[in-house]
Write a protein that binds this ligand. Structure first.
Ligand code: KG4
Length: 339
């Protein structure tokens, strides 16, 4: 019998629903929320209201695009955390109500685990390129920067993580200072392609082990602009591409220095990247260079699975379904939860 999972993702500002059958993606619908652009960041109250408006049309569309009837669903997987509580409540409550009406089980999904397992989404029946266990995964998003040793679908060890800001936050905050809007990461990436990555140098952290820190880079970036603007009020506009390229190169260097150290120390050559920042072309190019230079087998997710999406929730739900790992109807979401 087929196993057909509906995944629901509402942890931040994207409402998403996806259908996966026996590990193969049938549909993945994402509704973004433009309402936050005017505020330069996600406004939690507005995010939960937008999820409330979007959830039914997005789920209906996902089921329609999958070409199935809702009666064919085996279970509903939903993001339980981490994320914004008001946003998580919308997806959690919807999953419970829908599952109760269909008399099928619900499956709770950890958002961070889902980002890692996005590598196992099959886009067709013969798609079998995925990392082999154990592998290292660099998880880089707006809220997280972690190096994870992945031993199995349900066994992951965080061996390094940021002690302050995440890599995506560093991109977004520096972009905001340059007046580039929110989220700034993709804009910085686009402008960086036209600039010189060595035009400016910014501070890199010196912390032991595999942990990250991005707050020093943010301050260093801010001070560079502050000092230069005193001399030349048009400094940002005149140097935008070089600033973006140098910022991106510094973030990528910080990320890869620790990842390379971890891979080397642990003797691991299966290396993946996941999360919103994994869409960054500078980071992807550097992964490819590392594959050549150090013999890594690298896994770069398709762009559609880098930022928040329900396909990754559905695939995680699929693996949990195989292990009969269901959750009770009184489950509540968690804003903060570890991997
Ligand atoms: O994983 P994600 O969608 O949301 C969570 O934080 O969970 O990641 C969003 C982050 C934002 O900080 C955004 O600026 C960053 O990913 N991002 C990028 C790029 N695309 C998205 N950062 C750098 N380059 C990109 N191309």
């Amino acid at each position: 019998m087929n196993i057909t999972i509906l995944g629901i993702e509402t942890s931040c500002d994207d409402t998403s629903a996806a259908v996966i059958r026996d590990g193969v993606l049938l549909s993945n619908v994402i509704a973004g929320q433009a309402v936050h652009e005017a505020y330069g960041g996600v406004v939690p109250e507005l995010a939960s209201r937008a999820h409330q408006q979007n959830i039914i049309p997005v789920v209906s569309e996902a089921i329609k695009r999958a070409g199935i009837d809702k009666s064919e669903l085996s279970a509903i997987a939903f993001t339980r955390g981490p994320g914004l509580l008001g946003s998580l409540l919308v997806g959690t409550s919807f999953a419970k109500g829908f599952a109760a009406s269909l008399q099928i089980p619900i499956i709770e999904v950890n958002h961070l685990q889902a980002h890692v397992l996005a590598h196992f989404i099959k886009t067709s029946l013969d798609d079998d390129r995925h990392p082999k266990f154990p592998f290292l995964c660099l998880l880089v998003s707006g809220g997280n920067s972690q190096i994870i040793k992945v031993l199995a679908y349900d066994y992951m060890e965080v061996i390094g993580q940021t002690i302050d800001d995440a890599a995506g936050e560093a991109f977004d905050k520096c972009a905001k200072v340059m007046g580039l809007g929110y989220p700034g990461g993709p804009v910085v990436n686009r402008l960086a392609n036209e600039g010189n990555p060595r035009a400016f140098s910014f501070n890199k952290p010196r912390i032991p082990g595999y942990d990250y820190s991005f707050s020093g880079l943010k301050t260093s970036f801010l001070y560079t602009l502050r000092d230069a603007l005193k001399e030349n009020p048009d400094f940002i506009g005149q140097n935008m591409a070089d600033l973006c390229a140098s910022l991106q190169a510094t973030v990528v260097d910080i990320l890869m220095d620790k990842l390379r150290k971890a891979a080397n120390d642990l003797g691991m050559k299966e290396v993946a990247v996941a999360g919103g920042v994994s869409a960054n072309s500078g980071l992807r190019d550097t992964f490819c260079e590392h594959a050549e230079k150090y013999g890594w087998n690298i896994y770069l997710p398709p762009n559609a699975f880098t930022t928040d999406n329900a396909a990754m929730v559905a695939i995680t739900g699929y693996f949990k379904y195989l292990g009969s790992d269901f959750c009770p109807m009184d489950a509540v979401p968690f804003a903060r939860v570890q991997l």
